[in-house]
Design a protein around this ligand. Sequence first.
Ligand SMILES: NC(=O)c1ccc[n+]([C@@H]2O[C@H](COP(=O)([O-])OP(=O)(O)OC[C@H]3O[C@@H](n4cnc5c(N)ncnc54)[C@H](OP(=O)(O)O)[C@@H]3O)[C@@H](O)[C@H]2O)c1
Length: 266
Amino acid sequence: MSYFANKIVWITGASSGIGEALTYELTKLGAKIVISARREEELKRVQQQAGPSNVYVLPLDLEAPATFPAKVQEAIGAFEQVDIMIHNGGISQRSKVIDTLPAVQRKVMEVDYFSYIELTRLLLPHMQQRKTGHIAVISSVMGKIGTPMRSAYSAAKHALHGFFDCLRAEVWKDNINVTIITPGYIRTQVSLNAVTASGEKLNELGKNIGHGYAADKTAQQILNAIQKGKFEKYVGRPFSKEWMAIHLMRLFPTLAIKVFKNAVPE
Ligand SMILES: NC(=O)c1ccc[n+]([C@@H]2O[C@H](COP(=O)([O-])OP(=O)(O)OC[C@H]3O[C@@H](n4cnc5c(N)ncnc54)[C@H](OP(=O)(O)O)[C@@H]3O)[C@@H](O)[C@H]2O)c1
């Protein structure tokens, strides 16, 4: 029997890309899934494709924290518990620091960081009461390095590492695991949905994302890392330039920073 059989998993950002792929992989493994994002019609499409009886649609706007307490209760109520929370919903950014409006910096932090930490805070009592739980967080290679045109995104992703490393140190005694995932380039809608300096949608499929690793294989790698209880795991194309970047930063940070200064933004 698979590790995920009969587990209840809540995934945010499940209306496309990595979250959608995770939903399909998890249904194949026998899990029951609560799927969230803003676009209810897209969530229903994913539900139909995954198998309606095992998937509960819970629309959620990560920029609406006032709704979170009720959403968390609804997520728990859908299948009577949440065993694994996968924080995945997010937006990227393509703009220079000097051009980026403060409201855009805040929006990216709201979606990619503050929503994750508040949903976690609200879900934690449920996991602590049951003395079991797993929180998985989709960060990015940009959570480990810095390159041009990604200041807000990289800041939000770096912040996730600080917060969730601290959380892990607090909750391991309650048998709650925390896994941080750092994907490389994955072929999804992420660059189309990225915000520009003024907050508009970029609507461009960048070359790196267009040639990125497949979302279904990425989902399999993520689930493997969760199953193994990894603390932090790179997922994506093995031995790619993103994989090299993360290792260069870890082993030779001064050299890495010199290399990233010359990174060509797309
Ligand atoms: N693709 C990559 O190369 C890559 C690399 C590293 C990390 N990641 C991370 O992977 C995660 C998933 O991204 P993806 O690549 O699958 O991109 P995607 O196809 O654009 O999916 C993003 C998901 O987030 C949801 N979302 C965006 N804003 C939201 C909001 N305000 N409230 C609720 N949901 C919201 C979207 O749904 P709605 O529009 O329906 O709300 C969608 O389901 C993100 O955290 C991203 O940073 C991606």
